[in-house]
Design a protein around this ligand. Structure first.
Ligand code: PEP
Ligand code: MG
Length: 569
């Protein structure tokens, strides 16, 4: 068996290697959908019984939330609130009053809400796992059995599931659950967010996971998105040891980032407010490469005044009083609706009035935001403020935007997220001072695959060769024009891919602050020439899997073999 391991491929979320027995967290079977009607005089009591069960579920989750911190606490609170959702409870109660027993009424009402959420798509669709979780917890109470949850582990295990509920992931302990693999889910699902927060190696959308049985020894590689069964135990332990070495190098890394041959690479942070910027300023981030301003206003119904916006932007500049901060104007719409800026009820919001396009309806919105950015920049004269627009797709848009930014004495740029801008990059570069590539959207639009869809994770994989070819041509155009080309999408946070991007000629990489040491530590081990070689090999790959393999061969394995053959002194 050790000759031919079975390898299940998924989407990598959290890097890291683990080798341990698999345990399955399975959703309980649903009770039968049909049951005889309740007698009329028993219905009110059944409604009461149902209400009591929802309260018990909510209380349990709220109690766990009060013991948890960070995202885990938020997730538990959100799930608890769903258990007390008025319209869902009313729907169940109506069905009980029409004669359905509480169990069947709960299943039917929840199905209706799941269908509604799935139809809405995007973030709403990702909430369906919360709904199923609440349903299963309430059903357990109605049946008088324990609430479902992840199996308790007394020794290290790899946790497998079709999809983990947010409340389940919130209870994970990294010492015991050494890796997670799910059949469903996407890189932005709750499982992924919590796994990142806890640093547990994780892969999602692993379609063939069902062939792994409880107790099988599996080797999970969270960087490459693989789970292998039947690996020689000695080899598996060697892989785990190699990964531990990598983690130690990350922990010891100190910026600023340089390649092994001393070429500087600017590593910047993606932030959404002053607090995140202050946190980034305590790391080796050399500045901010993406300040997502729209995230400040997701719950804001009325456009804030120029003064209020100035106050919101200034703390990000003051966190970096002598460095570069790249501000992005509102990317309202699609998965980030901003109530005062977004057109509601579009059929296809990712292809709709999003980003710079919102100014077509309301140009003054952009003017006021630029005034506020300029006013905030004036409060912090040492900060080098660059301003860029999201979702630019035509040259006149870029020219118009750059003019407005330069009138305010700031550096003007655009994001390259729409293939149209990458295809005609030379013409865009004539009008701007810099560009920053948003690989999340560039991949979504190049592959025509919704980045929020858990079913399309392999298409929205940042290693897809087609968007990488566009990135290479943008980087080459930037070098020709002598203008900086940054990357600020998720691709920049994947250390191996970051090295490939450097090999293509990208001049800065912006990522979540937590990803900076991983990228810096890897860059330190490779020369610019190796990065270029890896970039060429990746561009010649037939798919995202091969791209990863060739990059790993050139940037990691060859390096390790060279180290092995060098006699230590
Ligand atoms: C991107 O699209 O890669 C990007 C950085 O923008 P956002 O993820 O905010 O859409
Ligand atoms: Mg984007």
């Amino acid at each position: 068996m050790s000759d031919s391991p079975i390898v299940v491929h998924g989407t990598p979320v959290v890097p890291g290697v683990a080798y341990a027995p698999a345990v399955w967290a399975r959703r309980p079977e649903l009770p039968p959908l049909e049951a005889p009607d309740l007698p009329e005089d028993a219905r009110e009591a059944e409604v009461e019984r149902f209400n009591g069960c929802t309260v018990a579920v909510a209380d349990g989750l709220f109690a766990r939330a009060s013991q948890a911190t960070g995202h885990a606490a938020e997730v538990l609170t959100v799930t608890a609130s769903l258990a007390t959702d008025r319209s869902w409870k009313k729907d169940v109660a109506r069905r009980i009053r029409e004669g359905k027993p509480a169990i069947q009424a709960t299943i039917a009402a929840t199905e209706k809400y799941i269908a509604m959420f799935e139809k809405a798509g995007g973030l709403m669709a990702e909430r369906t796992s919360d709904l199923r979780d609440v349903r299963d917890r309430v059903l357990a109470h109605l049946q008088g059995i324990p609430e479902p949850g992840i199996p308790v582990a007394h020794s290290p295990v790899v946790l497998l599931a079709d999809d983990l509920s947010p409340a389940d992931t919130a209870g994970l302990v990294p010492d015991m659950y050494v890796a997670i693999a799910t059949e469903l889910g996407g890189p932005t699902s709750h499982t992924s967010i919590i796994a990142r927060q806890l640093g547990i190696p994780c892969i999602v959308a692993a379609r063939q996971l069902a062939q792994i049985n409880e107790g099988d020894m599996v080797l999970v590689d969270g960087r490459h998105g693989t789970l292998a069964l039947g690996v020689d135990p000695v080899q598996a332990e060697a892989r785990v040891a190699e990964d531990e070495k990598r983690r130690a190098a990350i922990a010891a890394w100190q910026g600023p980032a340089r390649t092994a041959d001393g070429v500087p690479v600017q590593l910047l942070a993606n932030v959404q407010d002053g607090e995140a910027a202050r946190h980034a300023s305590t790391s080796y981030a050399e500045g901010v490469g993406l300040f997502r301003t729209e995230l400040l206003f997701l719950d804001t119904a009325v456009e804030p005044s120029v003064e209020a916006q100035t106050d919101a932007y200034a703390p990000v500049f003051s966190a970096f009083p002598a460095s570069k901060v790249v501000v992005r104007t509102l990317d309202a719409g699609s998965d980030k609706p901003v109530p005062f800026a977004t057109l509601m009820q579009e059929f296809n919001p990712a292809l709709g009035v999003r980003g710079i396009r919102t100014t077509g309806h309301n140009p003054d919105l952009l003017i006021r935001q630029l005034d506020a950015i300029a006013a905030a920049a004036a409060r912090e004269p040492g900060t080098d403020v660059w301003v860029m627009a999201p979702m630019i797709s035509t040259v006149p848009e870029a020219e118009w935007f750059a003019g407005l930014v330069r009138e305010r004495g700031l550096k003007a740029g655009i994001m390259i997220e729409v293939p149209a801008a990458a295809i005609l990059i030379d013409r865009f570069l004539e009008h701007v001072d810099f560009v920053s590539i948003g690989t999340n959207d560039l991949t979504q639009y190049t592959l025509a695959a919704d980045r929020m869809s858990p079913d399309l994770a392999e298409y929205t994989d940042p290693w897809q060769p087609a968007p990488l070819a566009l990135i290479a041509s943008v980087a080459a155009a930037g070098l020709r024009a002598g203008k900086p080309v940054g990357v600020c999408g998720e691709a920049a946070a994947d250390s191996l891919l970051a090295a490939v991007l450097v090999g293509m000629g990208v001049t800065s990489l912006s990522m979540a602050t937590s990803a900076i040491p991983g990228v810096g530590a890897l860059l330190e081990t490779v020369t610019l020439e190796q990065c270029r070689e890896a970039a060429a090999a990746v561009l010649a790959s037939r798919d995202q899997g091969e791209a990863r393999l060739v990059a790993r061969e050139i940037l990691v394995l060859r390096h390790a073999k060279a180290e092995e053959s060098t006699p230590s002194n």
